[in-house]
Design a protein around this ligand. Structure first.
Ligand SMILES: *Cc1c(COP(=O)(O)O)cnc(C)c1O
Length: 398
């Protein structure tokens, strides 16, 4: 069916032709409840009228000029992101990986400015930062890296959620610590409440940049604009992408404190990044989240889903953990559970399984209580069946 495409994705046998909020219609006319949002991208749901109107208006006015000129919507978007984050400056790119490349280059240049010739960035086990060479090297997944060597040097890895382990791998070449505030692809790993504050203190003491990859967790998903805000800290660098323009490609690398002013003229660039179309879409996303109170909505509906899953699945054999922050929700089973994805699809619900054994839910911030209950009611028996079969394979065969 897709023979002209490089088979980099194992695709499910379904294609969608229309979206409406949390619902997607396939090419046969069946509707599905979308609890994945295109992997945390369509935070406002599909075909959101405010974004659609902004994109249509901008497409009919001006799509692209160049970063050789002033781009007023990009300037305005940068100001809004600085207000929301407390940081000082933004570089706009087109994806999460590209936002992270900007962060990596910024950290290296910062190191060079301080006389460190071969700067090192500390990254975490099971991290995901994207597929370009730098981001891939920062990513803690051997199988994603296999075959793509030589990978760039300058990355050192430590266990996640363990600030002492960071000190153990640090050296005089260390310039930055770069982690996700909640690991997404790694299995919805929510660190202890004192992890980010401990990293902040450590980076302050040692003169390192604290850089957070909020490509998945940012723009409201966890019930705050940025997940690190739950911890009450301010990082030096934050990267964003996925939900920032609700599906129009954009990425952003935000910098503050010692990280601001590092990237100067000629040091980095992009043709498309922050063009009028994507910037305008992102401005509409931010306005809508504010106007509709969607941070509180994400927190409340996330709580409701988590409570529902815990009510139905706590104590079920084969269920290892049920966790989340806002609308990043994971149910970890005791073994691989990839078949839950097609099973949920057959039951009319779009979900994902990541890290092999973690059912991952990333519904739109606009999810209603009724949609939350429908999701929980559909998934609970499916997860229960799979988990029990994992815990007792002989019973499943009988
Ligand atoms: C998705 C993701 C990326 C990569 O984003 P792309 O837009 O696919 O390049 C990077 N970091 C995190 C945390 C992500 O979830």
């Amino acid at each position: 069916m897709t023979t002209a495409l490089m088979p980099t994705y194992k695709r499910l046998p379904v294609a969608f032709q229309r979206g409406d909020g949390a619902w997607l219609e396939d090419t046969e006319g069946h509707w599905y409840l979308d609890a994945l949002s295109g992997i945390a991208v369509c935070g406002l749901g599909h075909a959101h009228p405010a974004v659609a109107a902004a994109v249509a208006d901008q497409a009919g006015t001006l799509v692209h000029t160049s970063n050789l000129y002033e781009v007023p919507h990009q300037t305005r978007l940068g100001e809004r992101l600085c207000q929301l984050s407390g940081l000082d400056q933004v570089f706009f790119a087109n994806s999460g990986a590209e936002a992270n490349e900007a962060a990596i280059k910024l950290a290296r240049l910062h190191g060079h400015h301080r006389g460190i010739e071969a700067p090192e960035i500390i990254v975490a086990d099971n991290a995901f930062h994207g597929r370009t060479l730098g981001a891939l090297t920062a990513t803690g997944n051997r199988s994603a890296q296999t075959g793509f060597g030589p990978l760039p040097a300058g990355f050192v890895r430590a266990p996640y959620n363990d600030s002492a382990a960071i000190e153990a791998v640090a050296s005089e070449r260390t310039v930055a610590v770069f982690v996700e505030p909640v690991q997404g692809e790694g299995g919805i790993v929510v660190p202890d409440a004192d992890y980010l504050p401990a990293l902040r203190r450590l980076c302050d003491q040692r003169g390192w940049l604290l850089m957070l990859d909020e490509v998945q967790s940012g723009v409201g998903r966890t019930g705050a604009w940025f997940a690190h805000q739950h911890a009450g800290i301010r990082p030096d660098v934050v990267t964003l992408a996925k939900a920032l323009a609700n599906g129009v490609p954009i990425g952003a690398c935000l910098a503050g404190g010692p990280a601001s002013g590092v990237l100067g003229p000629g040091s980095h660039g992009t043709t498309f990044g922050g063009n009028p179309l994507s910037s305008r879409a992102a401005l509409a996303v931010i306005e809508t989240i504010e106007r509709d109170g969607l941070l509180d909505r994400a927190a409340a509906v996330g709580e409701r889903i988590l409570r529902g899953l815990r009510d139905g699945l706590t104590g079920v054999r084969g269920v290892h953990d049920i966790r989340g922050q806002g609308l990043m929700i994971g149910v970890e089973l005791e073994g691989p559970c990839p078949s839950l994805v097609p099973q949920a699809l057959d039951a009319g619900v779009l979900i994902n399984v990541t890290a092999g054994r973690v059912v991952r839910l990333l519904p739109p911030l606009t999810f209603t209580d009724e949609q939350a209950d429908r999701l929980v009611d559909t998934l609970t028996p499916l997860i229960q069946q799979t988990a029990e079969a994992l815990a007792d394979p002989s019973a499943a065969l009988a």
